[in-house]
Write a protein that binds this ligand. Structure first.
Ligand SMILES: *[C@@H]1O[C@H](CO)[C@@H](O)[C@H](O)[C@H]1NC(C)=O
Ligand SMILES: *[C@@H]1O[C@H](CO)[C@@H](O)[C@H](O)[C@H]1NC(C)=O
Ligand SMILES: *[C@@H]1O[C@H](CO)[C@@H](O)[C@H](O)[C@H]1NC(C)=O
Length: 474
């Protein structure tokens, strides 16, 4: 069965490849090609689950299915398939290595992925609901340039997508990667038959500014992970974990963005390049058509549906998806900055309910070495400036469970928090490891060291030990 399925998988791959008109390989019999493909692709041919969402009482699942992505609904308790599978195109990538995001909102599925085998056509796509299917403009580098999707969030009338991509607004010879947030209106119905038909009329994007102030600003340009939108001291904020590019000084930073300020950037000026040689400049207000391009259609107003917008407005939003201002970081500096010789931080989870009173915030950051760094966030009175305390670094990789120790085996694929068991779940290429959120027993000999650890999960209790404090402990 195994050999047969791999045979079909590699044959399938060849079919896909030939459809994309790869140069033929005339000198080799097909069996040689098959074994060649077999050798290189036996891993990739598996069905990698890339979308897993809770929907009503079931699960919505998409997998790469040997470069032929499919989606289907399953019951949650018995994991039985409900109905027929549908194509996963534009909902799930072909290649397991391609990053993608997905969420359900207002009964529709919103996805950020690539629609083709070679990952050339990146898309933000809406489908499956009562609203018409919509996508981003195809092969337009103003809309996307090699994006890497990180997360998607619903907030107010919009869906926000966080990603990184090649910048188009600089005049550098080398490629520069920047981090972005893009948004679309949930109620978008697409453009008119002349402009943006079956495409978003509300797609706008802005750069995220995660930088350290100084004479010349130092930027952390690569977004790796975001938190959910969390409520902190009267604000909705989102935390982003950023790093410097691989060929630069290694460094990582956590920046916090206020969702109000973030949304405000989309009300500001647009950016444009007048000719292919000129630099990018803000669009003067008088050159922006009315009603304001990119806004959500308002019921009862003159333009109650995006399909009736004037061509001028639709053409403007089609050619001006980028905002001029960057999204400012809260407090003007990152909350955590870590520059170190040998590894970067690429995964993040936030516990906003840490400690016995559930009112402390702890940040867990996963490194490319398979370790977890733990920080306590300390808000200051005015809530715009914050500081953090480094608590501990915990080994996550476990050679006993995960097999041979190597840099590849230590690549952390995902990190999540299981609140009910007070543990973190770490996924490595060959194993899943559970690590407790705290190790209070390490300080159990001495009250001073227990308190000095500043670990909000730990406290000195009756019986003279340093122990984990369950929520509600007095
Ligand atoms: C799965 O469920 C969603 C939402 O309930 C529905 O829109 C979709 O059509 C279903 N898909 C399949 C393949 O049955
Ligand atoms: C990023 O923010 C800082 C202030 O925190 C500002 O000085 C800098 O100009 C901003 N960079 C960009 C590209 O907007
Ligand atoms: C958390 O709540 C407790 C009890 O209400 C209070 O004593 C403590 O100061 C609070 N801590 C923070 C950091 O708000």
């Amino acid at each position: 069965i195994c050999i047969l399925s791999l045979y079909f998988c590699s044959t399938y791959f060849l079919t896909v490849a030939s459809e994309l008109s790869f140069p033929p390989l005339p000198f080799f019999p097909s069996s040689v090609i098959t074994s060649f493909v077999f050798f290189f692709l036996q891993g990739e041919c598996r069905n990698f689950i890339k979308v897993l969402l809770s929907q009503h009482s079931g699960l919505f699942v998409c997998g790469t299915n040997a470069f032929n992505p499919l989606c289907a609904n399953y019951t949650r308790d018995t994991l039985e398939m409900v109905g027929e599978p549908v194509s996963g195109m534009a909902r799930c990538p072909y290649d397991p290595r391609h990053a993608n995001v997905a969420l359900f909102a207002d009964g529709s599925l919103f996805t950020g992925t690539v629609t083709d085998f070679l990952a050339i056509d990146a898309v933000i796509y809406r489908s499956l609901g009562d609203s018409p299917a919509l996508r981003t403009v195809k092969h337009d580098s103003k809309w996307f340039r090699e994006p890497y999707f990180v997360s998607a969030m619903e907030w107010g009338p919009h869906i926000y997508f966080f990603f990184r991509e090649m910048a188009m607004e600089f005049h550098h010879l080398e490629k520069v990667m920047v981090s972005r947030v893009a948004r679309v209106c949930k109620a978008d119905l697409g453009g008119s038959q002349r402009v943006l038909e079956k495409q978003w009329t509300t797609f706008l994007k802005a750069r995220l500014n995660c930088s350290v102030p100084g004479d010349s600003h130092f930027y952390f340009n690569l977004l790796h992970a975001t938190s959910n939108i969390i409520h902190m001291q009267g604000r909705d904020v989102i935390l982003g974990l950023f790093s410097t590019p691989p060929n630069s000084i290694p460094g990582s930073a956590v920046c916090v963005f206020d969702m109000q300020q973030l949304a405000h950037v989309f009300e500001g000026r647009f950016k444009e390049q007048k000719s292919p040689e000129s630099i990018w400049t803000p669009v003067p207000d008088e050159a922006v058509p009315k009603p304001r391009p990119g806004g959500c259609a308002v019921q009862g107003s003159r333009f109650s549906s995006s399909t009736t917008l004037p061509d001028e407005v639709l053409n403007f939003v089609k050619t001006h998806p980028l905002m001029d201002e960057t999204v400012p970081l809260l407090g003007h500096r990152p909350w955590v900055v870590k520059t170190m010789g040998r590894y970067q931080l690429t995964a993040m989870v936030v516990d906003t309910e840490a400690g016995p009173h559930k009112n402390r915030t702890v940040l867990f950051l996963g490194s490319t070495r398979g370790t977890i760094l733990k920080f306590l966030m300390i808000p200051n009175g005015d809530s715009a400036s914050h500081s953090s305390v480094f608590l501990e670094e915990v080994e996550g990789f476990n050679p006993e469970k995960c097999g041979e120790d190597s840099p590849q085996a230590r690549q952390l694929l995902s990190l999540s928090l299981d609140r009910s068991s007070h543990t973190l779940l770490l996924a490595f290429p060959s194993c899943l490891v559970r690590v407790p959120t705290s190790r209070c027993h390490l300080h159990s000999r001495c009250m001073k060291s227990c308190l000095a650890s500043r670990d909000p999960y730990c406290g000195w209790t009756r019986g003279s030990t340093c122990s984990f404090l369950r929520p509600g402990t007095r």
